[in-house]
Design a protein around this ligand. Structure first.
Ligand SMILES: CC(C)(COP(=O)(O)OP(=O)(O)OC[C@H]1O[C@@H](n2cnc3c(N)ncnc32)[C@H](O)[C@@H]1O)[C@@H](O)C(=O)NCCC(=O)NCCS
Ligand SMILES: Nc1ncnc2c1ncn2[C@@H]1O[C@H](COP(=O)(O)OP(=O)(O)OP(=O)(O)O)[C@@H](O)[C@H]1O
Length: 286
């Protein structure tokens, strides 16, 4: 690990926070995303808009900065886990204050918050495997101060006996590492535009995620429709092809008809973009 002066470390912590915020904005603007808020509109949501998502993303930059500063070159232990938990919950309050009480980014604060901390623990940058394993180690430690809430996500994981946001992080983000990042690289390599490659990465996540946002609003039928619809897009050749575009539009209509919105998949896309940019060998980030 490189030893940096305090000023360099502070500059890198600040870059990590800016990057996390930018990944949230890039995810929100990416279009057309099935059922989700995007540049076209509100998707399946009554209370969310793109402007609100962007305001929320900006409100979270100080939280990401605090996470990076407090995690800088520290090991994964209970003291850090509890600090990160407190900062994450403070971030949720910042988000709620910025949005007038609407949950725009709870799942995203969790996933990106852990990844920002993990990057800082590695001194600003690491390759994707160690980065996600460090985030998983942190997510697996107990946090005595965590409130015992029976959240919507927890209810869905119990009712349908599936993993949720906690397990995804504790297992080192398998949907990002095994599906989204490889798909992003393949789609870029075959000539997809950057937006098409990102949409393909989202589809790759949606083929398999047990997204508790979808389960809560549309049950197992909604989740199956999401997974099959995303598979159809990729089987047609992805979002750069005419067949893929048709399948994507069909999936969007289906998700809207079911009132389903894959918010968990969207969070993991933001996490994918973050890892892609922090870990890329030719990154121009630092
Ligand atoms: C773990 C979290 C996300 C709570 O998850 P829970 O499953 O209990 O349900 P909740 O309905 O509140 O939020 C779940 C959110 O996760 C996302 N999500 C849904 N399904 C999935 C999935 N399968 N994988 C990943 N993310 C998912 C969605 O955005 C969803 O809205 C989180 O809010 C939390 O506990 N934070 C505590 C603060 C903390 O320790 N932070 C540390 C890092 S900053
Ligand atoms: N572009 C996006 N559109 C919609 N949700 C997104 C988007 N990006 C990320 N999300 C994630 O989806 C979650 C919001 O999902 P949802 O609206 O199901 O939550 P809720 O407010 O708890 O539920 P409900 O809207 O059913 O009352 C957020 O935690 C956020 O992290």
């Amino acid at each position: 690990m490189k030893l940096l002066s305090q000023t360099q470390a502070e500059a890198q912590a600040s870059q990590l926070a800016t990057l996390a915020r930018d990944c949230l904005i890039d995810e929100a603007r990416l279009s057309p995303k099935p059922g989700l808020v995007d540049s076209r509109g509100n998707g399946a949501h009554q209370d969310l808009t793109l402007a609100l998502m962007e305001r929320s993303a900006h409100s979270l930059a100080p939280t990401f900065l605090a996470l990076a500063r407090h995690s800088w070159q520290r090991p994964a232990d209970i003291a850090l886990r509890e600090t990160v938990g407190r900062l994450g919950r403070d971030g949720e309050q910042q988000m709620m204050a910025a949005t007038g009480g609407v949950n725009t980014h709870r799942g995203a604060i969790w996933a990106l918050g852990l990844l920002v901390s993990a990057a800082a623990m590695h001194g600003g940058a690491a390759s994707a495997d160690p980065l996600t394993r460090t985030a998983a180690a942190l997510a697996s430690l107990p946090d005595r101060a965590a409130p015992k809430l029976f959240s919507k996500g927890l209810k869905a994981t119990h009712r349908y006996r599936v993993p949720g946001a906690r397990e995804e992080a504790q297992q080192a983000f398998p949907h990002v590492m095994k599906l989204a990042l490889p798909q992003l690289l393949i789609s870029r390599a075959v000539g997809a535009s950057e937006s098409e490659a990102r949409l393909d990465a989202l589809m790759a996540i949606m083929t398999s995620l047990s997204d508790t946002c979808v389960l809560s609003r549309a049950g197992m039928a909604g989740l199956t429709a999401m997974q099959h619809g995303a598979q159809a897009v990729l089987l047609a050749g992805g979002c750069r092809t005419a067949g893929g575009k048709l399948a994507l539009a069909q999936l969007d209509r289906r998700m809207l008809a079911l009132n389903a919105s894959p918010g968990g998949a969207a969070d993991l896309l933001a996490a994918t973009l973050f890892i892609d940019r922090v870990c890329s060998p030719e990154h121009t980030y630092f």
